[in-house]
Design a protein around this ligand. Structure first.
Ligand code: DX5
Ligand code: ZN
Length: 217
């Protein structure tokens, strides 16, 4: 299981210390939640923070854009050092052209869907994507309860991947802890985002290890 700590739950007054926790753990990714106050009822940070944090770690940057018109700012996030940039299908009527454009530029690109969006809405994009982010909470805030309606979506995406040889990473975001991670792992999930669970744990490294080593029961 790939583990992607969400810095939304980090202490923003002690970011150096929080980045050290990340660097001293065996997580592979860092999840960066960008919110514009329009697509979601919350505002966080933009590409400037991504750039600032880029100097503090070599982990893979997994940027999650919860913004309207993501196509206007994708370049800024890649330039800031994002490895994967994921935007919401619901925020971009022209998603197919956007994805094709960035694949031509050799960028890693992902799509995310909110809990109420049917997973089959992703069908026409699957062959192009590097990552699919299934939201298991309503996007906007950390610390919410995991919605198990995400499990059938993960299963569907796993089946499609196996049947067609698609390359995308299946990632889940929202309400992940040791027990919900076991559920998503069993459904076929390959990467978990975890904010509250990791940053509020007594031992960040051990909590990451716990998520990484989850085995199907
Ligand atoms: C919510 C964000 C999540 C959030 C997850 O909109 O996309 O990445 O940080 O937080 P937890 O793990 O606390 O649910
Ligand atoms: Zn996120």
């Amino acid at each position: 299981m790939i583990v992607s700590p969400s810095i939304l739950a980090a202490d923003f007054n002690n970011l150096d210390q929080e980045m050290n926790k990340i660097n001293n753990s065996i997580c592979e990714f860092v999840h960066l939640d960008v919110m514009d106050g329009v697509f979601v009822p919350n505002t966080t940070f933009d590409d400037k923070l991504v750039k600032e944090l880029r100097n503090k770690t070599n982990k893979v940057f997994d940027v999650h854009l919860m913004i309207e018109k993501p196509e206007l700012v994708l370049d800024k996030y890649y330039d800031a050092g994002a490895d994967y940039v994921t935007f919401h299908l619901e925020a971009c009527p022209n998603a197919l052209n956007v994805i094709k454009e960035y694949k031509q530029k050799n960028k890693k690109i992902g799509l995310s869907i909110k809990p109420n969006t049917n997973v089959k809405a992703l069908d026409e994009y699957l062959q192009y994507l590097d990552l699919i982010l299934v939201m298991s909470v309503e996007p906007g805030f950390g610390g919410q309860k995991f919605m198990d309606s995400s499990l059938d979506k993960i299963k569907y995406l796993k089946e499609q991947k196996e049947q067609n040889g698609y390359k995308y990473i299946i990632e889940v975001d929202g309400g992940i802890n040791q027990s919900t991670a076991a559920l998503v792992e069993k459904a076929g999930c390959e990467a978990v985002v975890a904010g509250t669970y990791l940053f509020k744990s007594d031992n960040f490294s051990d909590a990451v290890k716990g998520l990484k080593n989850i085995c199907v029961q």
